[in-house]
Ligand binder design. Structure first.
Ligand code: NAD
Length: 351
């Protein structure tokens, strides 16, 4: 199993190093190879996604990604900015399904802005379609009307095939979890959503063991803060998913804990924490590596078909939290506050 390791910028190298220690401890036949990406890619070869890095990513079975970005790159032309590397990888690798779990560990329930009893034990997975919808639909633009007024327009567009493939991802993920799938749309207003609902329902017939429900996006936004534990897996389009996945992640209150995956049609994927490169704390050994370690667990489950290894990593993370280990971002009084490397070491020891 070959893993392309792309640490990127800021805290990227520090957190990815801890995930690699954890992977090594699994004693599986894993081969890893590192390459620069983002600002580091630009520094190395004038391109945020150097050709050799893209080739490595294409040849690998999975990609472990840190984070990209930094103030020193903010003035570069858009095509040279670090963030272009992520868009390029998504495009070249056909990564169309974004999986964002939001889990609240009992020990960290106090970190949420919601009442602890509303979120304690929360474990939901938001699946967002990543390559279609109003973000990519044509035509789009800003035009001048005959009366001289400018108007902006975008096209919300989904083909049956695009809906079908993300629906399959949703049902398959539900089978690996609590067997409940909620499809989110706006079928009361949008034609695109009506087709979405029809196609998801049709695909659902192939998954009799998964309980399918449908919900309008406005209601879902409300339910996520009212009773978030009613959800298991949520599947939705690009724009609704963009908003709902951020909302769901904040139910947990700790950005340093949240992993993500972006998958292609064959379950090859790019795995990364949802947070950015955190330049404000880079190089200080205080970043929380758990989101990256949990991303490595997702990689084991979804791309490398090693569910037992995924379970082991997740159980080890739970154990260190239970033992009271906390990085600064999740520390409360009385915790054993540790740095990035010590947190990685604690997870390795728990394994
Ligand atoms: P950020 O997520 O990097 O940081 C937001 C805040 O959360 C900061 O205070 C940071 O210190 C803290 N934080 C983030 N991760 C943490 C961790 N693991 N442990 C402890 N604290 C953590 O977002 P930002 O500050 O808006 O962006 C910084 C850079 O990251 C920008 O260049 C931005 O473009 C980039 N970015 C990259 C990605 C990505 O690579 N996928 C995502 C978001 C932002």
């Amino acid at each position: 199993m070959k893993i392309a390791v792309l640490p990127g910028d800021g805290i990227g190298a520090e957190i990815v190093a801890q995930a690699l220690r954890v992977l090594e401890r699994l004693e599986l036949p894993l081969e890893t190879e590192e390459a620069p990406v983002g600002g580091a890619g630009y520094d190395a070869s004038g391109d945020p996604l150097p050709e050799a890095t893209l080739k490595l990513a294409k040849d690998a079975d999975a990609i472990l990604f840190g984070a990209v970005g930094g103030w020193q790159y903010d003035k570069l032309p858009r095509a040279k900015r670090p963030e272009q590397a992520i868009l390029g990888l998504r495009k070249h690798l056909g990564l169309f399904a974004n999986l964002r779990p939001a889990q609240v560990y009992a020990e960290l329930a106090g970190a949420s802005a919601l009442k602890a009893e509303v979120v304690a034990g929360l474990d939901i997975l938001i699946i967002r379609e990543l390559t279609g919808d109003i973000y990519f639909g044509q035509p789009r633009g800003i035009r001048k009307r005959d009366d001289g007024e400018r108007e902006g327009f975008d096209t919300m567009l989904y083909s049956e095939g695009e809906i079908r493939r993300i629906a399959h991802v949703g049902f398959k993920a539900a089978l690996k979890r609590g067997r409940k799938l909620c499809s989110v749309d706006k079928a009361n207003v949008l034609e695109t959503s009506q087709l979405w609902r029809d196609v998801v329902t049709e695909v659902g017939k192939q998954y009799p063991d998964v309980e399918l429900s449908h919900m309008y996006v406005d209601n879902c936004a409300m339910q996520l803060v009212r009773t978030p534990k009613q959800f298991d897996v949520v599947v939705t389009g690009n724009m609704f998913g963009d908003i709902l996945s951020d909302e769901a992640s904040m139910l947990t209150g700790s950005i340093g804990m949240l992993p993500s995956a972006s998958l292609d049609a064959n379950n090859k994927g790019l795995y990364e924490p949802i947070h950015g490169s955190a330049p404000d704390i880079a190089g200080k050994d205080i970043a929380n590596p758990l989101a990256t370690i949990l991303s490595a667990a997702m990689m084991m489950r979804y791309s490398l078909q090693q569910p037992a290894a995924a379970d082991r990593i997740e159980a080890a993370v739970k154990k260190v939290l239970k033992e009271g280990y906390r990085t600064a971002d999740i520390a409360e009084s009385g915790a054993k506050q540790v740095g990035t490397q010590a947190m990685g070491a604690a997870v390795v020891a728990a394994l």
